[in-house]
Design a protein around this ligand. Structure first.
Ligand code: NAG
Ligand code: NAG
Length: 309
């Protein structure tokens, strides 16, 4: 298989395999392997490599990457040739808290130990959620930990830490929050507000790749395949639960439980620009850099591929 692909590649200089960097661990990435297997009709093969948008910035052999908007913004600040061309999935992250720690509303998280991962979309989420009720980062303690994809969750994972009262609450991508809530049972309190924060898990490329006609044709073919996939993920989810569960090591029942928190968007609305302006200002402060201008963030959002579907 590899040999014959290699031979084809050598014989034809117009064919270039599409190389995509993505995390292979999370639910959000799963439309990509589904698209390649079921719908992609480009001139060359497409392959997924573990990684993310940072690979686009550092390695020209990558053509596309998928990652949360947080990592996209961090890379764009230093690499203005990166473009966000499609939104695979939007996830309104959740915080689960333990009622036994005296928490019934967001304000009660003041002075508590809250699990999340600093420097990721989850860290941004927790800060924005608590900021929405006037809590500053100095008002609570952030505790690092690991996610868990399937019960039983081991030592050092957030669901285990909340069960054993090492933390009072945590906020991160799914399914760790769902597993934490299931472990707490009737003591679980959930906080979620997609208008304050949602992960915008996106597909990225670079201006160099998008300006190369042969490459662009394959990128359009891949995004078209993704768009067909999102239709299936949205309207016939029962046909994908088992594949998704297997791809990321989850129980099928938990995939079903968290499915409503995942919106398979494709395109985006005019509000995304202001959302990114606000998040970039926050990240700039954290990373000790200047914020990216609104005009530059407008260039970051490239609807031209969607326009060609
Ligand atoms: C979500 O947050 C927005 C902005 O702070 C607020 O107006 C809205 O009421 C909140 N929605 C819910 C369901 O709490
Ligand atoms: C993407 O898929 C949806 C659902 O099938 C469809 O309505 C939409 O027109 C597609 N978008 C484009 C740009 O083709």
């Amino acid at each position: 298989m590899w040999l014959s692909l290699l031979t084809l590649g050598l014989l034809s200089n117009t064919i270039c395999a599409l190389k995509i960097a993505t995390s292979l661990q999370w639910i959000e990435h799963t439309p990509q392997p589904w698209a390649i297997k079921n719908f992609y009709k480009g001139d060359s093969a497409a392959s997924l490599t573990s990684g993310g948008v940072a690979n686009l910035a550092s390695d020209k052999s990558f053509d596309l990457a998928a990652n949360a908007e947080t990592q996209g913004l961090k890379q764009y600040a230093g690499h203005k040739n990166i473009r966000l061309i499609y939104v695979v999935c939007e996830v309104a992250y959740r915080i689960v808290a333990n009622k036994a720690s005296g928490i019934t509303k967001l304000e009660d998280l003041k002075g508590k130990k809250i699990g999340t991962m600093a420097g990721t979309s989850a860290g941004v989420f927790v800060s924005k959620m608590l900021g929405s009720v006037g809590l500053k980062e100095s008002d609570y303690t952030v505790v690092n930990g690991n996610v868990c994809m399937k019960a039983p969750c081991g030592s050092g994972t957030f669901p285990q830490m909340i069960s054993s009262k090492q933390i009072d609450a945590f906020g991160i991508w799914e399914p760790a929050v769902e597993l934490g809530a299931q472990a707490l049972g009737s003591n679980a309190v959930i906080f979620q507000n997609g208008s304050i924060y949602r992960e915008v898990y996106s597909l990225y490329s670079t201006t160099e790749k998008l300006n190369d006609p042969a490459m662009r044709k394959n990128i359009v073919a891949f995004v078209r395949a993704l768009n067909e996939t999102l239709n299936v993920f949205t309207h016939k989810p029962e046909t994908v639960y088992a594949t998704v569960a297997q791809a990321v090591g989850m129980d099928v029942s938990v995939v079903k439980d968290v499915w409503p928190d995942h919106k398979w968007s494709g395109t985006w609305g005019p509000d995304l620009l202001d959302f990114l302006v606000e998040e970039d200002a926050y990240l700039a402060k954290k990373d000790g850099r200047a914020a990216v201008s609104k005009a530059d963030l407008e260039k970051f959002l490239d609807t031209s591929i969607i326009g060609e579907l």
